[in-house]
Design a protein around this ligand. Structure first.
Ligand code: LMR
Length: 326
């Protein structure tokens, strides 16, 4: 009898300990402002997860490179110091060459094409390209197409010859600027404003929402609506963290993330227009469009970059991406 009550007491203690168990913490680190597609997606994700798994999972969002920059966040993730991030697809060169496809200049006609490709069997296959490195691709998130900005007007490729352009850590992007004889400089996002302000660099490429939210337009006299490349994201976690969750928790986190991504994508589409309009309305910079002939000159100069990376990316992948333009 005494033995039985001891067992019952032990079980009771275990139960109350597990009820009090500390929640799983997801640190979500990113580099952009909160009023961006990624910033809003992360906030939505936190709201959904915490309302569906109260007391079980907490999400701490760190925007503006507060916790890690994109240059060290994946290393930190593998060490368990951060559980989720959504670096741009241009920042995975050290982990896989397959995602380089998203940097090929003038590959996607518009965001509809990007969406079709990402949802296709080929696009979905790419989500698994980091697995050997211990990372899990959970989904794509849009930001949008990139524009060129500089201290001097940009209409033809020769306008940027010899000029220093900040790029993300991607060899394709380096080749893209070298193809027009500009000088690519790989730098973290957190340094771009100061580099532009001090004129240490002449220009950069980014989306309307990043140019607006980080005020690049206030320190660049000219922006050309070139839509020459894509800046989208891959939401990632580590395999160790992901597989360490119980099945039910993992399912709820994944479905919450899918909803948060859909929310972020809607914001991305809105901001591509509203942030552009806000930049024009500010009068701080001159925004111009390319004529068809000017655009063709950029395509002609930059497209040879595709061939250079074809063997690493795979010709079949490039074909599948091109097919999404129809
Ligand atoms: C950049 O470095 O320009 C972007 O990748 C920043 C971001 O996360 O949108």
């Amino acid at each position: 009898m005494r033995f039985k009550s001891l067992i019952m007491a032990a079980i009771g203690t275990c139960l109350s300990l597990s009820a009090m168990a500390a929640p799983v913490t997801i640190k979500f680190s990113h580099v952009v402002a909160e009023n961006t597609p990624k910033g809003q997606m992360a906030i939505k994700f936190k709201e959904l997860v915490e309302s569906r798994l109260p007391g079980k999972v907490e999400v701490k969002v760190f925007p503006n490179s507060q916790l890690f920059g994109d240059d060290n966040v994946l290393e930190a993730m593998l060490l368990g110091d951060v559980q989720m991030a959504a670096p741009s697809l241009s920042k995975f060169d050290n982990y896989t060459k397959k995602l380089q496809i998203f940097d090929l200049p003038f590959l996607f006609k518009d965001m509809g094409s990007v969406e079709r490709f990402q949802n296709s069997a080929s696009g979905q296959k790419l989500l698994g390209s980091l697995e050997k490195k211990g990372l899990v691709g959970l989904g794509y998130l849009h930001n949008g197409l990139k524009q060129l900005s500089a201290n001097s007007p940009i209409a033809s490729p020769s306008d940027i010859a010899g000029k220093k352009f900040r790029i993300q850590t991607s060899d394709v992007l380096a080749a893209q600027f070298e193809a027009v004889k500009a000088v690519p400089v790989k730098k973290p996002f957190s340094e771009v404003f100061t580099l532009l302000q001090t004129k240490a660099i002449d220009g950069q490429e980014n989306t309307w929402s990043n140019i607006y939210s980080k005020k690049f337009f206030e320190v660049q006299d000219y922006i050309t609506e070139s839509n020459h490349g894509l800046l989208d994201y891959l939401v990632v976690t580590s395999k160790e963290f992901w597989m360490g969750l119980d099945d039910d928790t993992r399912k709820v986190i994944k479905s919450s993330l899918d909803e948060a991504i859909a929310h972020g994508n809607k914001i991305a589409a809105q901001k591509a227009d509203s942030d552009k309009q806000a930049i024009i309305a500010s009068g701080r910079t001159k925004v111009s469009q390319l004529s068809d002939a000017e655009r063709q000159a950029w395509v002609k100069a930059m497209k040879p970059v595709w061939k250079k990376f074809e063997s690493e990316i795979g010709a079949d992948m490039i074909e599948a991406a091109e097919a999404s333009n129809q």
